[in-house]
Design a protein around this ligand. Structure first.
Ligand SMILES: [Zn+2]
Ligand SMILES: [Zn+2]
Length: 436
């Protein structure tokens, strides 16, 4: 158990814990390294390994005592505050390093560093917690895209190697360590970085995502759904659109596909970009992809959503597994995605389905000729072609006369002979009445 520090501060709304601790260290005349030493206590580095994702019970207790905060307040300043909405941290034990693998495998987990809004940082000096979420791409206060990479060192902001706190403390300079040691740091002033105004669609999409991140229900396909369901649908559909937009041929129906090609080319490896694990780094590009997915999910009905997805379906490459298999291999098929994709495939369904549902045939499907494998045909149907006696006595099987009205459902058509009356198998003429 640690003791309270001489000077304590209030946590600001939305302030990230690392930012708070840097201000707390400065207010008490400590370096960030000294403050972390107190937090770690005897447990060492492992206590703060997941400080911003989900602090250990030991670290939470120590921080709450040092800053005279409640344990819930400390947790609310970390990404654990979004567990169950924007993030799924189920199974994570911050004391067990290996449990993180299961969480990371779900994809779109904030890694090292954070995004920033330079005007917000200049106005308040506060690093907001929500900037770390990959589904947050726009600052609604300034209607500008966030920035993810420092133009000075080409690395994410707050990309500390071994410490969750910056050596630069509360400075608004980048402070990322350069080289191997902590001595050299990036001195780029972050509050002066230029910003780009966000598209209105991206702003509207961010407003919906922000409501969902706070736990509010969101309308999807005309129905209000829980926030976690909407955010999962949005993430997995965005992943799918990213894969489709990355297909060669320039068939993607969105202009941001060209920007995506540049980012995809920068990612090496024969497996290609794994958008389900890590979406595009550029917040503007990521925001446009999220907005394209949101445009589909905000349709009022499944049929409207399927119509909106149909142009994307044309970009699916022809493979042996078919388009459904290709799509399912590149994202998580949530129930909502499955409904949309199946509905979009309706015009491309099998011949049997289309004959039965789209052409209005007056012949039952059971009467349509089917193609069977030869072995199966011989084993089961060969005997069915044995000629049956007909009223005319013809030994040959009678063909069904064409252009004759179909019998009512459930009534078998009576066998009729199609042989011409003059043929040898014509039925004998009725015998003439004999005189008695
Ligand atoms: Zn801002
Ligand atoms: Zn930098």
């Amino acid at each position: 158990m640690s003791t309270p520090l001489p000077v304590t501060l209030d946590l600001c709304a939305g302030q990230a814990l690392d930012c708070y601790l840097e201000h707390l260290a400065e207010a008490n005349g400590m370096t960030t390294a000294q403050l972390l030493t107190v937090v770690r206590g005897e447990r060492g580095h492992s206590t703060t390994r997941f400080l911003m994702l989900h602090p250990t019970r030991t670290a939470t207790t120590r921080l709450a005592c040092m800053a005279r905060l409640g344990a819930k307040d400390v947790t609310a300043a970390t990404l654990a505050a979004y567990d169950g909405t924007a993030l799924d941290l189920a199974g994570l034990d911050p004391d067990d390093l290996y449990t993180y693998r299961g969480v990371a495998a779900r994809g779109w987990v904030p890694g090292h560093g954070t995004q920033i809004c330079p005007p917000c940082l200049a106005a308040t000096g506060i690093w907001q917690l929500a900037w770390r979420l990959l589904t947050v791409t726009v600052c609604l206060t300034h209607a500008t895209y966030l920035i993810a990479v420092c133009p000075g060192c080409r690395r994410p902001f707050r990309d500390q190697r071994h410490s969750p706190l910056r050596q630069a403390g509360t400075s608004t300079q980048c402070g990322n360590p350069l080289g191997r040691g902590p001595t050299r740091q990036c001195l780029r002033e972050l509050t002066a970085l230029p910003t780009v105004r966000a598209d209105p669609r991206c702003v509207a999409g961010q407003q919906r995502r922000n409501r969902a991140i706070t736990g509010a229900t969101v309308c999807v396909l005309g129905t209000d759904v829980p926030a976690v369901g909407y955010l999962q649908d949005l993430r997995h559909l965005t992943t799918l659109l990213l894969h489709l937009a990355n297909q060669p041929g320039g068939l993607a129906p969105v202009p941001w596909a060209n920007e995506l090609a540049a980012e995809a080319a920068a990612r090496t490896g024969q497996r290609g970009p794994r958008w389900g694990m890590r979406p595009p780094t550029d917040p503007a590009l990521r925001s446009r992809a999220l907005s394209s997915a949101d445009d589909i999910l905000t349709c009022g009905t499944v049929d409207d959503a399927a119509a909106a997805f149909l142009p994307w379906l044309q970009t699916v490459p022809r493979t042996a597994t078919g388009s459904l298999g290709w799509l399912a291999n590149r994202t998580v098929m949530t129930p909502t995605l499955t409904r949309i994709i199946i509905a979009a495939h309706a015009p491309h369904r099998t011949l049997a389905h289309r004959l039965d549902t789209h052409l209005g045939l007056d012949t039952p499907m059971c009467r349509l000729p089917q193609v069977l494998p030869n072995i199966l045909y011989r084993a089961t149907c060969a005997d069915c072609s044995t000629p049956t006696p007909t009223p005319c006595g013809c030994s040959r099987p009678c063909a069904w006369p064409a252009r004759t009205p179909n019998p009512p459902p459930g009534v078998r058509r009576p066998p009729r002979c199609a042989c011409p009356p003059s043929s040898a198998c014509a039925p004998p003429a009725p015998a003439a009445p004999q005189c008695r």
